[in-house]
Design a protein around this ligand. Sequence first.
Ligand code: SAH
Length: 210
Amino acid sequence: MVMRQLAGRGVRDQRVLAAMRWAPREWFLPPHLARDAYNDAPLPIGSGQTISQPYVVALMTERLEPRRTHRILEIGTGSGYQTAILAYLAGNGKVFTVERLPDLLVEAEERFRRLGLTNIETRLGDGAAGWPEQGPFDGIIVAAAAPQVPEPLAAQLKPGGRLVIPVGDLASQELVILERSRNGEGLVRQQAGGVRFVPLISRLAFTEER
Ligand code: SAH
């Protein structure tokens, strides 16, 4: 999977490719789908949600630029697959992950235990508010699409920190990367192509970041 589906499509970061090689994707799927684990496709994980496609996980991880000591916030734990990859890459740092559906979170926590990942903290709730008590973060990654970048997330980025988020509606979404400047003042926005995610479900009003 790694060489053909990821490196072949332009994923270059060797650390990301190593993490994708390490993560047993079949452990994050319902048992009857385990044989499809290494197809490059999103798959259902219950509660109407999906595990992201490996290529998209690799692409988003590469654009996040996680480092060994980083504190990373993830919104939308889902199966926990992306979380595990981030925890592997930020081995001496920490991954904070927020999921709104309790059943999914319980299953993901069980997988983290099984993999021996001890640098993950989970929280049940609305991730659009971020996790201000644990911020600011070196990186923030969102696995569900929002109509606009939630302002609290941009506000919880460290200087030099990066936010990776699909922005758009159900029909059309673009992967957006926001980077806070080194002096902490400005935000630079880049786009990295079309993607397709389930919607971010939040009671917060979405206002564009400033
Ligand atoms: N990276 C995950 C993707 C899961 S799909 C994986 O590979 O398995 C997106 C997840 O975002 C779903 O589990 C959904 O329940 C969750 N989600 C949607 N809105 C949310 C919100 N406001 N806060 C936290 N999680 C949310």
